[in-house]
Design a binder for this molecule. Sequence first.
Ligand SMILES: NC(=O)C1=CN([C@@H]2O[C@H](COP(=O)(O)OP(=O)(O)OC[C@H]3O[C@@H](n4cnc5c(N)ncnc54)[C@H](O)[C@@H]3O)[C@@H](O)[C@H]2O)C=CC1
Ligand SMILES: O=C(O)[C@@H]1CCC=N1
Length: 270
Amino acid sequence: MNVNDLRERGLVLLGCGKMGSAMLEGWLKGALEPRDVWVIDPQPSDWLRSIDGLNLNADLPERPALVLVAVKPQMMEDALPQVKTLGGGGTVFLSVAAGTTIERYERMLGDGTPVIRAMPNTPAAIGRGITALAANAEGAPALDLAETLLSAVGQTVRLETEDQMDAVTGVSGSGPAYVFHLIDCLAKAGEAEGLPPELAMRLAKATVGGAGQLAENSPKSPEELRRDVTSPGGTTKAGLDVLMDMETGLPPLIRKTVAAAAARARELGR
Ligand SMILES: NC(=O)C1=CN([C@@H]2O[C@H](COP(=O)(O)OP(=O)(O)OC[C@H]3O[C@@H](n4cnc5c(N)ncnc54)[C@H](O)[C@@H]3O)[C@@H](O)[C@H]2O)C=CC1
Ligand SMILES: O=C(O)[C@@H]1CCC=N1
């Protein structure tokens, strides 16, 4: 299966909120036209309504090439019956829902359904996402196509086993939210040290954005880059002594944060 199949047979989005829209926006800038896409969403956004030629809550094609499932796990029981007749083979199901396992899709859609699970993240909206993928045996031949689609919104990585997906969700799926919170905390701390709010926020955003880009592009490890900032006896060392405390600092806090998110992903899967 390839992009031409998508264009000939159609791509269906079941749910098109924040994540579905970020992905659709990337695809419409690339290989797909609005007429190739069917969206099922009871509350379509103004953006979706404004796309000329998009098949919005219209009758579905008989045998679409792919259904992207982008509803919340809690909405799954209501949403999936709308595409149940497409299960059993022929149509590939690509799910971005946290927690919901391949086995659960197979139960809901029938044995033999090609299922690919993916975990993207919201920087997809600016083409800077990262998506992890895993598939059942029937879905595996469509992994190349799924990667082609998802690379329109950032990097992709294939997982060795589906079991890794909950940990991935705790790191990169939820991760942008941790980083946005870090920006807020940094800005608030700047304010507490006497900076005007706007200046503090500008400094915090540029620092996190710039450091993230540097960490991604540099041949040096994050640890080396940290050492480059840290002068002996200087200001960074004083700050890091607090942040890197193994009992009260970031390491145990981030460990607990990711563990809680991964545990919730496992819970949602049940
Ligand atoms: N937001 C994020 O950072 C990420 C979200 N995800 C996953 O993506 C999925 C969607 O999340 P968001 O886009 O953030 O949520 P969202 O709430 O923005 O979008 C969900 C969409 O589903 C629609 N919907 C509700 N009931 C429906 C039904 N019966 N049939 C069809 N559509 C229905 C809603 O109207 C809404 O537009 C979730 O399963 C989440 O786990 C995965 C990675 C990152
Ligand atoms: O919070 C959630 O459940 C979803 C999955 C990863 C990011 N957002």
